[in-house]
Design a protein around this ligand. Sequence first.
Ligand SMILES: [Zn+2]
Ligand SMILES: [Zn+2]
Length: 69
Amino acid sequence: MEMEMGLELKGVCEKCGATLALGSVAYICSYECTFCTGCAGEMNFVCLNCEGELVRRPRRKETPTSGAD
Ligand SMILES: [Zn+2]
Ligand SMILES: [Zn+2]
């Protein structure tokens, strides 16, 4: 039996291959292409794969605020 590739969080910059540790700052596009801070800056925060906007990946899920509406 072969092991299946899990859908784990990407931990490597797709441009330079730098390791992106969990909890470290990383940038992702809407297609979840992942880049390190340095590469994101070089690309002016535009994904080189899909030309989507790169946004900072949240380090933690914030607790949902109730009554925000
Ligand atoms: Zn990089
Ligand atoms: Zn992308």
